[in-house]
Structures are given as structure tokens and as C-alpha cells.
Design a protein around this ligand. Structure first.
Ligand SMILES: C[S@@+](CC[C@H](N)C(=O)[O-])C[C@H]1O[C@@H](n2cnc3c(N)ncnc32)[C@H](O)[C@@H]1O
Length: 462
């Protein structure tokens, strides 16, 4: 193989880690190839002229999160991945982690040795410590989570906390997750927080409005348009909540969504801003909070109650009006999006969706097609799912699209598209008086039992 750049990772060179299949390709070539692949996959839905310049990532030190399998012995632990026969490969030197994560990993390996907690041996089904999960905020504060097979060693970790804090002064949140089951799922439902803080503050600095359109680099303090103050998003991240892994690219993603929502182009001209935003699969509220604005009604819907509670705290911290910004826990797939024509003077309605990898699925996509919403921002981490979903929404056409290189050195891509309705939807929508903005589905559905407890919190005439 012809190498185009100095080696970034010895584990890759030695074939011991296959996480970065394109590491040997120069970043610019990788991005060009990814853009071409994604454009080809979406060619039936995204006109060539709709693509905006892709948002690149730094090639190294961009991952804010390490999900390390703990293996080996407590005296000589490995933090990383397992090989084909279940032995640990240590990834402490992985060049993708942000410095705060990279620097914490050796300290956490020492803690394993100091406490003597036996790493879980997958082939032998013995031992206790399964994973160490580390997240770093942009301010370099840390959340560290230990995934244990049982609660047997919780007190040992609690006792080790003062020393850990001494060695990692940036430690904000430490917790234990109990995963008793022998399966590939990383975490279980029970979380025991060991620190007073139970959420990590992710302070995102978005480039000012209009700056994303011309931006060729992910956002940061060097964002163009220096006269405007960067727009800060204060996101509270509890354990067991999703967060985009590449903070710098996520900042540009949220800022681009904000600018497209406002219809801000490179010249800064504003079009019709939405009076109302609904963010489905909202997580801790990145899109919803980036799109909040004076007088605009914003609603986030998310299945994880922990994430919803983080989003609500964020809205408070950002001093957003609880009368106009709200977060509800519920199953977005089990909701009817029965949105009638905008009420007199209400202005337009914007739907934001950012589903997990499997996408919206035909059922939710068809309901979005039928509900009459005039504009949708769809952020997808799976262009193949996005293509399938777009096929179910023929009345909604792609106006703008952009690739965000959230996962460099891999084939994975984040894509944001703006969809605008080009014709009346085939289904008729009840008027707002007949239907709440998000209404529970008819109870005859098979999901009724599964979702009934969640409905109370999402049923709303708000
Ligand atoms: C790709 S993440 C996006 C999170 C958020 N938009 C962000 O930018 O961080 C998908 C989110 O969907 C949530 N989720 C998964 N299934 C869901 C469902 N059926 N209803 C509502 N939320 C769901 C997950 O918990 C996760 O937070």
C-alpha cells in the first residue's frame, strides 16, 4: 500500500484495530470520496445543486467519548477493544480521542489496578469490570462511568473517588452502571452516581448566524464573522444519554440547522422564520435549543427520560421561557403528528428529526408526509436510512443538503437535509382545534399498551 501521510496510529498499522479503515487516505481525499458516495446514494432525492460544501473534521483528537472494554487482569488491564478470541487490545494511545479523554485513560487504568477490581473476562464469563466510558466536555470537564457486572464493587469505587479526583481534577461526574447480562449491549438500566454532580455541562460555542454557510472548517473560536458573539448552547448531559461524538462538527451541525431554520444564507438574508419548532428524537436538546428564539414555540420529544431532564435543565440554564420551550418524554414513533394548517398569525411550522441509525421507518415517514408540515430538517447518521425515508415522503423535496464528517476515517456520515413541501399532502389534517400538536395514536394500535404510560407526558394541547 502507498502511504500518503505519516502514520497516525501504530495499532492501525499493525492491523490490531480496524476502527479507521481509511486512516491511510489523506483527509481531503477521504471527504471528497465520502461526499461522492453519499451524493450517489441520495441522487434520486438530492439534486446536485442542493449540496453545500461538506463540513470537515479534524483528523485527530475529535472524539469526545471513549467507550473502552476493560480486559486483561487488574494488575495489567487493557482499555480498548476485544480481539476475535476475546482478548483485550489496549487503545489508550488512540489518536482520535480529545486530549482530556486521552490523558484520563492511564489514570483510570491505574484505578483498576489500585482497586483490584477484576476485568470481566468475556470468554470465561468471570470478573466484574466490563467497560469504562469517558466523556469530555469542551471545557475539558469529565464524566467517567464504570460498567460493572454487579454492585459488589460500588463501595470500592466510591472509596477510590478522592484519589481519582486528586489525579483528575476535571472530574465532574462519576457513576457506576450495572450491566448484569452477558451480551453485547454496553450498559444496563441501573446507574449509581458517585459524585454530587450528576450531569456534565457541554458548553457548545456555535458560530454566529450566517457564518456556517461559508464555513469550510468545523466551528470553534476561529469562526468567521467575528463581530457577533458566538451563540452558546449549554447542554446538560446526564449519564445514559446520547451525545454527538464529535463536538466541533456537532457545533457546526446545530448552527447550520439554526441558519437553515431561519433561512439565513451566505448574504445573511433572512427568509420566513418558523413560529413553531418540533424536534423529534431530541436527546438532550441540541437542535431544539439551537433553534429556540424569542416568541417561538419549541418542543422536543425524546424517549430517554434522563435526556429530557437534562434538556429541561439546559433550557432553564439558558433562561429560555418555559412557556415557549418545553421537552416531553415519549416515543416519537408512536405519535401522530397531526398538525393542521398554521393558525391565523402563527406563522410556519418546522419539524426537526434526528433519529437513530435505523431512521424514521416507513410508518413515521408516511405520517410526516401526510401531516402537512411545510418544512422538515432531517439530520441522519445513516444516509441509506435517509434515502429509504425520503422515498416515503414524495411531497417533501430536498432544498439544501450538507455532509458533516462526524466520523472521519470511516464510511459513516452525518447528513443534514432541508425538506420543503412542494404540493399539498395526500392526507387531510384535522384543524388544531380538533387535534393537539402531538397526539397519541388510536388505542387500537398494537403499540398502545407499550406506550400508554408515556402518552400522558406527550399528550398536549400546547
Ligand atoms: C441520533 S440521537 C439524536 C439526539 C439529538 N438530536 C442530538 O443531536 O444529540 C437519537 C435520539 O433518539 C432517541 N430515541 C430513540 N428512539 C426513540 C423513540 N422511539 N422516540 C423518541 N426518541 C427516541 C435516543 O434516545 C437518542 O437520544
Amino acid at each position: 500500500m502507498v502511504r500518503h501521510q505519516p502514520s497516525l496510529c501504530v495499532l492501525h498499522d499493525e492491523g490490531r484495530c480496524g476502527s479507521c479503515p481509511h486512516l491511510d487516505t489523506p483527509p481531503g481525499d477521504q471527504l471528497e470520496a465520502k461526499q461522492a458516495r453519499v451524493a450517489a446514494l441520495l441522487k434520486d432525492y438530492v439534486p446536485a445543486g442542493a449540496w453545500q460544501p461538506p463540513c470537515p473534521s479534524s483528523p485527530t483528537h475529535f472524539r469526545n467519548k471513549a467507550k473502552m472494554v476493560v480486559a486483561g487482569t487488574s494488575r495489567h488491564p487493557t482499555l480498548g477493544i476485544l480481539d476475535a478470541v476475546g482478548r483485550g487490545t489496549d487503545l489508550r494511545s488512540c489518536p482520535l480521542h480529545v486530549p482530556a479523554v486521552r490523558d484520563a485513560l492511564p489514570v483510570l487504568a491505574d484505578l483498576v489496578t489500585g482497586t483490584g477490581i477484576a476485568p470481566y473476562d468475556v470468554p470465561g464469563r468471570r470478573g466484574e469490570l466490563k467497560h469504562v466510558l469517558v466523556t469530555a466536555s469542551p471545557d475539558e470537564d469529565l464524566m467517567v462511568r464504570f460498567v460493572l457486572r454487579s454492585s459488589r464493587h460500588v463501595s470500592d469505587l466510591r472509596d477510590a473517588l478522592p484519589d481519582l479526583r486528586r489525579r483528575l481534577p476535571q472530574l465532574a461526574v462519576a457513576s457506576v452502571n450495572i450491566q448484569p447480562v452477558h451480551q453485547a449491549v454496553i450498559e444496563g438500566p441501573d446507574e449509581i452516581v458517585l459524585t454530587e454532580e450528576d450531569r456534565l455541562l457541554m458548553r457548545l460555542r456555535l458560530p454566529p448566524p450566517g457564518a456556517t454557510a461559508a464555513q469550510a472548517r468545523p466551528s470553534g473560536s476561529d469562526a468567521p464573522g467575528g463581530q457577533a458573539r458566538p451563540h452558546e448552547l449549554l447542554l446538560h448531559l446526564p449519564p445514559r444519554s446520547f451525545f454527538q461524538t464529535n463536538t466541533a462538527v456537532a457545533q457546526t451541525l446545530y448552527a447550520t440547522a439554526r441558519d437553515w431554520a431561519e433561512d439565513i444564507g451566505p448574504g445573511g438574508a433572512a427568509g420566513q422564520p418558523p413560529a413553531r419548532v418540533q424536534d423529534l428524537f431530541c436527546g438532550v436538546g441540541g437542535f431544539a435549543l439551537a433553534l429556540a428564539g424569542p416568541g417561538r414555540r419549541v418542543q422536543g420529544v425524546e424517549v430517554s427520560e434522563a435526556a429530557v431532564s437534562g434538556a429541561r435543565d439546559s433550557a432553564r440554564l439558558m433562561r429560555l421561557d418555559p412557556g415557549t420551550v418545553r421537552f416531553d418524554s415519549g416515543d416519537a414513533r408512536a405519535l401522530d403528528l397531526l398538525e393542521g394548517p398554521a393558525a391565523e398569525g402563527e406563522g410556519s411550522h418546522l419539524l426537526v428529526v434526528n433519529p437513530p441509525r435505523r431512521g424514521l421507518g416507513p410508518d413515521l415517514a408516511r405520517r410526516i408526509e401526510a401531516c402537512g408540515v411545510p418544512r422538515v430538517l432531517y439530520s441522519s447518521c445513516s444516509p441509506a436510512s435517509l434515502a429509504a425515508d425520503l422515498g416515503q415522503m414524495p411531497s417533501l423535496r430536498v432544498r439544501r443538503a450538507r455532509l458533516f464528517d462526524m466520523f472521519p476515517h470511516t464510511d459513516h456520515a452525518e447528513v443534514l437535509v432541508e425538506l420543503a413541501r412542494t404540493q399539498a399532502s395526500p392526507g387531510s389534517c384535522p384543524s388544531p382545534a380538533q387535534a393537539p400538536s402531538i397526539r397519541a395514536q388510536a388505542p387500537s394500535s398494537a403499540r398502545a399498551a407499550r406506550t400508554s404510560s408515556r402518552r400522558a407526558s406527550t399528550r398536549s394541547s400546547w
